[in-house]
Each structure stands twice: as C-alpha cells, then as structure tokens.
Design a protein around this ligand. Sequence first.
Ligand code: FES
Ligand code: FES
Length: 175
Amino acid sequence: MTKTTHTVNFTLNGEKKTFGTRPDEKLLTLLRREGYRGTKYGCGQGTCGACTVLVDGRATYACLLYAMQAEGRTVRTIESVGTFDKPGEFQKELVAAGAVQCGYCIPGMVMSATALMETEEVFEDEIVKEYMDGNLCRCTGYEKIWVALRKTLDRQASAPAKRAGKKSSSKGSKK
Ligand code: FES
Ligand code: FES
C-alpha cells in the first residue's frame, strides 16, 4: 500500500476527485491503484503508449506525468469511452476486424483515437498517423487496427451534426 503524503484534485471521467499521492508518484500508478485498471503499464518510459489517457483533451502518457501535475485538470481514462458491456464505436470496429489479439495496447490506441476524433474535423491519413504513432502493438502488424480506425473515422466524417463545435487543429496531440 502506497503511503501518501499529499493530495491531488482533478476531474476524472467527469467527476471531481481528490486522491492521496506522493510527489514521486506517477499518474499511471495512482490511476491503477484507484481501480482504473484499463490504463495499462507497458514500458513505463514513454515509448509504448499503453498508458495513454487524455489530459485536458490531449493524449498523454500517464507513466510520464506525475500525479500531482494533474492538479485542477481534466483526466479521462478508457473507462470513460467504453466498457466490455458497452463498447465505443472504435472498440466495436476493432473486435469486428479481429484487431484485438492480446489486447494490451488497445486502451491506449482507443484513447489516442478519441483525442483525434474529438479534436480534428478531417481525418486525412497523415493526421491520423500523427495521432497514432505513439501507440505500439506487438501482435497485430497494425493492419487490422488501421482498418477498424478508418471505418470508425469514415463513419464519423459522414455525420456532420456530431462534428459541430469541434475545435480544429492541424497538429496531432503530443505525448
Ligand atoms: S507505459 Fe509505455 S508509454 Fe507509458
Ligand atoms: S494486440 Fe497485443 S499488443 Fe496490440
């Protein structure tokens, strides 16, 4: 059990929360300790993307951010996007495409795709790759993940009402 010495306040999946923490604790450790296990520990060094969450709407490696740096910010984990019983659109397409093998990379992939879909208005391949290039998969060869993502994006692009109010950005989010 982690001995906490400080508190941190942030909005997590739409709810204001206060957590005990320590100055040296990473956001990933705190989230998993508090039960948000959908966010995965992979490399722990900012290279694999398994720990990707959204911080103020930007895809962020939770293994690199200190928990206390989340103070006052808005954090979203995979639990806010879809669950096993109620998957999101991209998650459904991933399953349909047979893109989920071990599945370890999938929550991070979904969070980067969520940042993309909630930020951009057009989904040109170069923009999509910029958002997704920080997420590694050791199983699938990426092809099926790409097919699933392209289907999801094409459907979203043909639903203009859903895009209303989205802020435009030509730059992918950086981790
Ligand atoms: S665990 Fe690999 S980037 Fe965070
Ligand atoms: S499905 Fe196994 S790492 Fe991506």
